[in-house]
Design a protein around this ligand. Structure first.
Ligand SMILES: CC(C)(COP(=O)(O)OP(=O)(O)OC[C@H]1O[C@@H](n2cnc3c(N)ncnc32)[C@H](O)[C@@H]1OP(=O)(O)O)[C@@H](O)C(=O)NCCC(=O)NCCS
Length: 162
């Protein structure tokens, strides 16, 4: 991959690295919910249908993604980029990589939820081909505030990855 960028699969052994990266990426819980601790990553990555990826730049972990897939349906559980290296295309590189990986595994449709206030993430998803598929009222709860989520979906069978 170009510019010292590499994407490696993440397993239970990466739980600590993932939680540290997640804490940096999800420092604003009002936008995307609280950061996940190492125990959560350990538990998720011990589940057969969950797969994670770490994007490194010059060997330094800079972005992460976590996916769940069951039969032909996939879900993006989380994605985040270290604030120090945002707006350089790393999130899109990781998102495209994950979608391509899921498509190769037979997933035909992938969904995600994004807070209606999270314009950066919604912009990223739209730029990769996700389309609005619905709305979940009060999906995120933070500090007594309830935030709706937009459900977005992409049809991988139709080659919609942008
Ligand atoms: C969302 C996030 C992963 C984007 O990561 P990134 O590496 O900065 O994204 P990229 O540089 O690959 O941007 C790709 C596209 O996303 C959109 N985008 C990224 N940041 C944006 C912003 N601040 N405002 C609007 N659109 C934005 C743009 O369409 C951009 O394409 P462009 O650069 O050609 O305009 C990052 O902002 C982040 O980690 N946010 C906190 C965690 C989070 O909210 N995760 C998602 C939870 S649902």
């Amino acid at each position: 991959m170009a510019d010292g960028i590499d994407i490696v699969p993440a397993g239970p052994a990466h739980a600590q690295v993932l939680s540290a990266l997640h804490a940096r990426a999800f420092a604003d819980p009002a936008l995307s919910g609280p950061a996940w601790d190492a125990a959560s990553f350990l538990s998720l990555l011990s589940t057969p249908c969950v797969e994670g990826f770490i994007l490194t730049v010059e060997g330094v972990p800079r972005a992460l993604s976590l996916w769940r897939h069951v039969l032909d349906e996939g879900e993006l559980l989380t994605i985040g980029t270290d604030p120090a290296v945002r707006s350089r295309g790393l999130g899109r590189t990781l998102l495209r990589h994950g979608l391509t990986h899921l498509a190769a595994r037979g997933v035909v449709r992938c969904f995600l939820e994004v807070a209606v206030t999270n314009t950066a993430a919604a912009g990223l998803y739209a730029s990769c081909g996700f389309q609005n598929a619905g709305r979940r009222r009060g999906y995120y709860q933070h500090g007594g505030v309830s935030i709706d989520a937009t459900v977005m979906g992409i049809d991988l069978k139709l080659g919609q990855i942008g």
